[in-house]
Design a protein around this ligand. Structure first.
Ligand SMILES: Nc1nc2c(ncn2[C@@H]2O[C@H](COP(=O)(O)OP(=O)(O)OP(=O)(O)O)[C@@H](O)[C@H]2O)c(=O)[nH]1
Ligand SMILES: [Mg+2]
Length: 370
């Protein structure tokens, strides 16, 4: 599959548009496309004060993209934002290729990667909710959807039948997810009774949460240089420096412009964070947008109602800083840390550096909370 990616300029009216230059966000979209198995053959940005109601980008831009079709040979165009169903339809008509938005792309990645039953249920729900307003009796572009098994009701068109089937499916998925949530809530209460504090790893996708999970607990979790490697939560028992035990959980990473449908769908999983006595916020301190990523995570935590939770900032991948610092050693990169990150604990999950200090800091924060 070949993709062209399109982003909108910084005057986009989105609250995070200022901090995330369109080009940076577009690079991230390219990584997402790569994770989904596509090859990016071209990118373009248009600076607009507001999106075009019918086609998101302006008419001239649509023509420009259409005119590059032969040269680039793209088969799909991905927009770095959420498109309305009618914008998507109009663009597909005008460009005569499949048009996806950021939400559809992330949904696709999640569908490919979710392994556990509840993970799959949550993705399926988000997919069905995404597709419902976009249904128009033609091909539906998330093909995993179990098409038209349709026993058509009296006087129903195929489209109405499809809509009804999808609504039924959504209700059934919601019921199943509700059961999962109840089970999880029960487990949480049981664990809370045991009085073992839960430390939850949170952070931007690819920050190194699973690597840290591995380093701290020995858990054989998946680590990959890829966005959204982890979707299903994992919990392991660890020992704190004082000798006390704690539970450590690893879960799905956050990303800017995380589709609202996914936040809602992943509630059952993200609710695991509710029992966290402490959040270990993992930042890839070597990433050019580390600060924006950290802020996105903080904002997502606020949205999830976790603003008050004590947290420790783990500044991960400092081994890479040391390499860059060409032998100046620890002092070299310590002083190179940006001001916003000064309160954090420098660690290297890959090399096992700073883990003792991180856990000591975690215990201090836990004690202060009590
Ligand atoms: N150099 C270096 N690389 C690291 C370190 N920690 C993690 N990585 C690499 O960063 C990439 C992402 O690591 P993961 O542990 O999968 O990151 P994650 O936060 O769990 O990512 P998602 O589950 O995809 O959200 C992998 O290629 C890791 O090998 C570190 O301390 N140093
Ligand atoms: Mg992970």
């Amino acid at each position: 599959m070949k993709h062209a990616a399109i982003g909108r300029g910084p005057r986009s009216g989105r609250p995070d548009g200022r901090r995330w230059p369109a080009e940076v966000s577009l690079e991230e979209l390219a990584l997402l496309a790569d994770t989904a198995g596509a090859r990016v053959v071209g990118q373009t940005v248009q600076r607009l004060d507001s999106q075009h109601p019918a086609t998101y980008i302006g008419k001239g831009k649509v023509e420009e993209v259409a005119s590059q079709r032969l040269e680039l040979g793209y088969t799909t165009v991905i927009f770095d934002d959420e498109l309305t169903p009618s914008q998507q339809r109009n663009l597909e008509k005008a460009l005569d290729v499949k048009v996806l938005d950021r939400t559809a792309l992330i949904l696709d990645i999640f569908a490919q990667h979710a392994r556990t039953r509840e993970g799959r249920l949550q993705v399926e729900l988000a997919q069905h909710e995404y597709i419902l307003p976009r249904l128009r009796g033609q091909w539906s572009h998330l093909e995993r959807l179990e098409g038209r098994i349709g026993t058509r009701g009296p006087g129903e068109t195929q489209l109405e039948t499809d809509r009804r089937l999808i609504r039924d499916k959504i209700s059934s998925l919601k019921r199943q997810i509700e059961q999962v949530r109840k089970q999880r809530a029960l487990h949480r209460r049981q664990r809370a009774r045991q009085g073992v504090p839960v430390l939850s790893l949170v952070g931007y996708t690819n920050a190194g949460k699973s690597t840290l999970m591995r380093a701290l607990s020995g858990a054989d979790v998946l680590v990959e240089d890829r966005l959204f490697a982890t979707l299903d939560p994992v919990t392991r028992r660890i020992r704190l420096p004082s000798g006390a035990t704690a539970l450590l959980t690893d879960t799905v990473g956050f990303i800017q412009k995380l589709p609202t449908q996914l936040v809602a769908a992943f509630r059952a999983t993200l609710e695991e964070l509710e029992e966290a006595a402490l959040l270990l916020h993992v930042v890839d301190i070597t990433h050019p947008n580390a600060e924006e990523q950290a802020r996105t995570v903080e904002e997502t935590l606020v949205e999830l109602g976790l603003a008050d939770r004590p947290r420790v900032l783990a500044l991960n991948k400092v081994d890479l800083l040391e390499e860059e610092g060409s032998g100046k050693g620890e002092e070299g990169w310590r002083t190179a840390l940006p001001a916003w990150a000064r309160g954090g604990v420098p660690v290297s999950a890959a090399k096992g550096w700073g883990l003792g200090e991180l856990l000591r800091e975690a215990e201090r924060a836990l004690a202060a909370e009590r």
